[in-house]
Ligand binder design. Structure first.
Ligand code: PAF
Length: 316
């Protein structure tokens, strides 16, 4: 492959590459992924390439974070495409281990559990999911060593859980959260969007539309949590193809439900819904500036592929 990126499948070899980079004064950046790389992943790799000397993109469909009824077998896999995207975005190494390399004796006997933060939102609907995530992220950090690790804010709960994991276990890792990336029409990018039929893809737009509308209501002065949540739920109910799993308003630190919007507590309005066989998530993060909301809906891919900040307001 003439991509300039090196594909490494062995743990010992990856460790050697990372140790060598640090020994010569370089910084290592890690972008953990399950492959099927899209513009969201590309933006993470670019962010790493702008700051770090050795950029490692891991591509590993981690079996222990999937429930028995979930889509492990169907999850999209395209290593050649991933290597191309990672290379174009500035990665130096794609780490693509086999399951046997990561879990040689079958599922690991040691797992990592972050209490509290994993109990709500996606954690409440995907038992064991976050233990699988935190276990594999801990392993990747142990293999790569001191590094910056980049995660997208679409998986807001995952980002918070990983930040807590790194703090609690004193891992030598700086966690970098990066903006959620949307399609031009607002749909949050996800490898699982590939499961959507044309009709389902159209219906799925309601997820971001509901959040854009919630941001507009906040900007207009709405401060009632039930009113915001009710409006989002009504949007979702308009699309028969969309089966909501949860719509919640929580604080960004503990991910505990908020009953009131007090104009100072940073919060996230998070939702998950099934559309066809895809389970999709999306969110709106809200910070406050002297009582005024600063709504973060991420960025969207513009006409020439550039990323543009999404402004609150009705979806286009
Ligand atoms: O976000 C993902 O793709 C996965 O959960 C991660 C962080 C790569 C762990 O498998």
């Amino acid at each position: 492959m003439s991509t300039g990126v090196e594909v490494v499948t062995g743990i010992a070899e990856l460790r050697r590459r990372c140790d060598a980079a640090r020994a010569s004064g370089g910084r290592v950046g890690l972008v953990p992924t399950m492959g099927a790389l899209h513009a969201g992943h590309r933006s993470l790799v670019r962010a790493a390439a702008a700051r770090d000397d050795l950029v490692v993109v891991s591509v590993f469909v981690n079996p222990i974070q999937f429930g028995p009824q979930e889509d492990l077998a169907a999850y999209p896999r395209d290593l050649a495409g991933d290597v191309r995207v990672a290379s174009e975005a500035g990665a130096h190494v794609v780490f693509a281990p086999a399951v046997e390399e990561m879990y040689p004796g079958g599922p690991p006997r040691t797992t990592v559990h972050v209490a509290g933060l994993t109990a709500r939102l996606c954690g409440a609907h995907r038992p064991g999911h976050f233990d699988g995530v935190t276990t594999v992220v801990t392993k990747l950090c142990a293999i790569v060593g001191a590094c910056r690790a980049y995660f997208g804010r679409k998986d807001f709960q995952q980002l918070r859980v990983v930040e807590q994991l790194v703090a609690d276990l004193n891992l030598p890792v700086e966690v970098v959260g990066r903006p959620l990336v949307r399609e031009p029409d607002g749909l949050a990018l996800s490898s699982r969007n590939a499961y959507l039929s044309v009709e389902e893809r159209t219906a799925a737009r309601v997820l971001s539309r509901a959040l854009f509308d919630a941001a507009a209501r906040l900007e207009e002065g709405v401060r009632d949590a039930d009113e915001l949540l009710g409006a989002v739920r009504r949007h979702l109910a308009c699309e028969p193809a969309v089966r909501p799993e949860y719509v919640e308003l929580v604080d960004v630190d503990r991910l505990e439900p908020l009953t009131a919007v007090d104009g100072s507590t940073p919060m996230v309005l998070a939702l998950a819904a099934h559309v066809g066989r895809a389970r999709l998530i999306d969110n709106l993060v809200v910070d406050w500036d002297a009582g005024r909301p600063r709504c973060d809906l991420g960025v969207r891919v513009g006409p020439s592929g550039e990323l543009q900040r999404v402004a609150p307001g009705p979806a286009s």
